[in-house]
Ligand binder design. Structure first.
Ligand code: AMP
Ligand code: TRP
Length: 330
């Protein structure tokens, strides 16, 4: 059996980049009988920056419904909310006590977020990677599907697992990141050299899975390209067109080569029109399913059973870890 775990922060509008970078990989992995998949909503991670209480609650529930709407199968995947399994905080603290401030300060995501933070940088923003390591190591995960922006945190997780194992004896499995090289980094539609981010202040930069369909189509049609006019993949010189080709290819499973051939005599308008229609079909399908799940009490039952399984696995691990570290009386 291979155990797989992944999480997304409920910190904004889940985007097509989250889908292509992380969720789509799970849709593939769940086809394999040998895989056991844990998916969680990383709400503890979301509060490393300021969150409105009502909006956070809403985003947590929406993310759960979106995972299901995207096609996550509940017989293969166990879905839960991070804060409902307190073992994450317990192991998180132990991981913090095995992390060094220097290595945390070197994390690219910390450096980026620190710059954007106007109202103070919380300690949580700095100590986020040890909590992420705990999320993964608690379950002895073999594989962690993520986008490229998380590979540094995965490396840190591996270091922490090895560090702990060397210090206290074999305790944790050392996990591997699983990054789909084609969709590891989807770029902003307005600044195609920056990553598409769900917390971008400019909503034109991303396609949210819950965007109004017409708004989403407009975003594709007004995506930044270049003045050359030819539809070919060239990340250096044509980042905008290359990004649209990546999205088109990932949503249709048509290779970029075949798309270049198909559009070799077309202009950007035609290409964008077609992609806008593909996005429309993709979002309509997800949103129809989302509207069902968000209202159904099935959602709570799924989250309850995910929480119970996660707690069962994680609490056993915590007991072992506490013993090894010498905490408490047992
Ligand atoms: P986050 O939005 O930071 O909670 O990310 C959730 C998942 O989506 C992680 O696996 C990220 O690596 C992935 N992800 C986020 N942004 C992108 C992007 N622009 N391209 C590809 N994957 C992404
Ligand atoms: N840090 C991830 C992100 O921002 C979310 C996350 C938290 C995660 N814990 C995880 C992803 C564990 C994979 C495994 O995208």
């Amino acid at each position: 059996m291979t155990r797989i775990i992944t999480g997304i922060q409920p910190s904004g509008n889940i985007t097509i980049a989250n889908y292509l970078g992380a969720i789509k990989q799970i849709l593939e992995l769940q086809k394999d009988e040998q895989n056991e998949i844990l998916i969680f909503i990383a709400d503890l991670h979301a509060i490393t920056v300021n969150q409105d209480r009502i909006a956070l609650k809403k985003h947590i529930r929406e993310l759960a419904a979106l995972y299901l709407a995207c096609g996550i199968k509940t017989d293969k995947c166990h879905m839960f909310i991070q804060s409902e399994v307190p073992c994450h905080n317990q192991l998180g603290w132990i991981m913090e006590c095995n992390s060094y401030i220097g290595e945390l300060e070197r994390m690219t995501q910390f450096k980026d977020k620190k710059q954007k933070q106007t109202d103070g940088i919380t300690a949580g923003l700095l100590t986020y990677p040890p909590l992420m390591a705990a999320d993964i190591l608690l379950y002895d995960a073999d594989v962690v599907p993520v986008g490229e922006d998380q590979t540094q945190h995965l490396e840190m997780t591996r270091n922490l697992a090895n560090r702990f194992n060397n210090k206290y004896g074999e305790t944790f499995k050392v996990p591997e990141a699983l990054v789909n090289k084609n969709t590891a980094k989807i770029y902003s539609l307005v600044e195609p050299t920056l990553k598409m981010s769900k917390s971008d202040p400019n909503p034109k930069a991303y396609i949210a899975l819950l965007d109004d369909i017409n708004v989403a189509k407009k975003k594709i049609k007004s995506a930044i390209t270049d003045s050359e006019g030819s539809i070919r993949y060239d990340k250096e010189n044509k980042p905008g067109v290359s990004n649209l080709l990546t999205i088109y290819s990932a949503l249709t499973n048509i290779s970029i080569k075949d798309l270049e051939e198909k559009y070799k005599n077309s202009n950007y308008q035609q290409f964008k029109e077609d992609l806008a229609n593909i996005v429309e079909e993709f979002l309509t399908n997800i949103q129809n399913k989302f509207n069902y799940y968000i209202k159904s009490n099935e959602l709570d039952l799924i989250l309850n059973s995910g929480r119970d399984l996660a707690y069962h696995l994680a609490s056993r691990k915590i007991q072992k870890v506490y013993k090894k570290v010498g905490l408490g009386r047992n």
